[in-house]
Ligand binder design. Sequence first.
Ligand code: SF4
Length: 461
Amino acid sequence: MSGGGIRPATSFTSAARETLKNRTLRANLGFATRTICAKRERVVDEIEDWQATRSAGAALKDHALANLEENLLLLEKQVEAAGGTVHWAATAQEAVEIVAKIARSHRISEVVKVKSITSDEIELNDSLKKQGIEAIETDLAELICQLADDSPSHILVPAIHKNREEIRQLFATKLGVEIESSEPHRLAEVARLHLREKFLTAKMAVSGANFAVASTGSIGIVESEGNGRMCLTLPDILVTIMGIEKVLPEWSDVATLMRLLPRSSTAERMNPYTSVWTGVTPGDGPQEFHLILLDNGRTNVLDDPVGRQTLRCIRCSACLNVCPVYQRVGGHAYGSVYPGPIGAILTPQLLAMADENANTLPFASSMCGACYEACPVKINIPEVLAYLRGKTHKQPVELAAFQVAYWVMSDSRRFSAALRGKRIGASVASMFGLVKGWTDSREMPEVPAESFRDWWRKRDR
Ligand code: SF4
């Protein structure tokens, strides 16, 4: 398994059935998500106006999306005024071809990468490889996945499914380094020595972006390891691939989002490294800068009045960590670089609800609402899940059943009569296996001998 992409190879149910068999995965995930959630709760509780800040985050993203065209055109103008080049990519293939063309024009065969989920979305690594260009991941967890020929399973902690001992063995095999212990500092040291050489020799870097500010043409990345700083300053050429929804009109918008993002993602008050650059600066840092603005289905999502809130996402991954489904099945079950609750709504929409396997993702939820509570920009994920389920699940029998239920429940006499007949109905349904899908994994609730209305009528007054 390698690369990434957003097209699941199988349905969520089949994939989850497989991953659920992996006890180590569940133990690793359970430990990691519990730890992150507990830390997140502590730092979120420190902010008195957390709910108001969430509302502000949602409002500013909605405002930016409502003026998306205007913001993008201003961004393009400002980036070019600062010496950068802006490319527009309607599809993943177009974006990949732009990156490859830039590399080829400089005879580059190796690039370093940072913050790369958007590049994973377009399967950049595999596509570049076919053209003789090697892409080297520099985020520690991404590097682990790359060395293991594995795909990321979490937005923020891509190797969350691996424990320290697995990583020690992987480094020993793939990097040829004998490591006496699996202590985090020792593993990090091995990765640092391996990557340092790459940073110093790479001529080109490819990055993602956390945000872009239209008014100044600036791009920003937040990260924890310092590898971003290396990638963004040492190579001669920098190519940034950014989803079009990341643009914000003003710096004041960034200030609000930066109160929300580190707390929701790594459970920190402030992230360790925030890098911002505007075009090119003569004699300092990369002397060639390309910004690729990627659509790849986003304008279709924007077109949908219910689904468009999905584009508020700032990829913090809080919704993954709190999700009882994600905690058990892990990221690979979603078959997309966007796992968890956000993946369950983003992936099918990016694929225009036209991919059979992706359309099973909205069912990967218990609808408990924990994701909505955790989301720093208030994306109502359960609402979008229910909406997408309605779009994909056109079961005539189920639809007819709900229509009958609606007819019965909309009249009190019909409803009372139905309650009296329910005991018989439930027995018939069980007898003929009509509720087998339900009772395979649950017990049929017992129907009380007497309805509440009958009891109310008879009770002592
Ligand atoms: S949907 Fe919300 S909680 Fe989930 S990754 Fe996006 S911003 Fe974070």
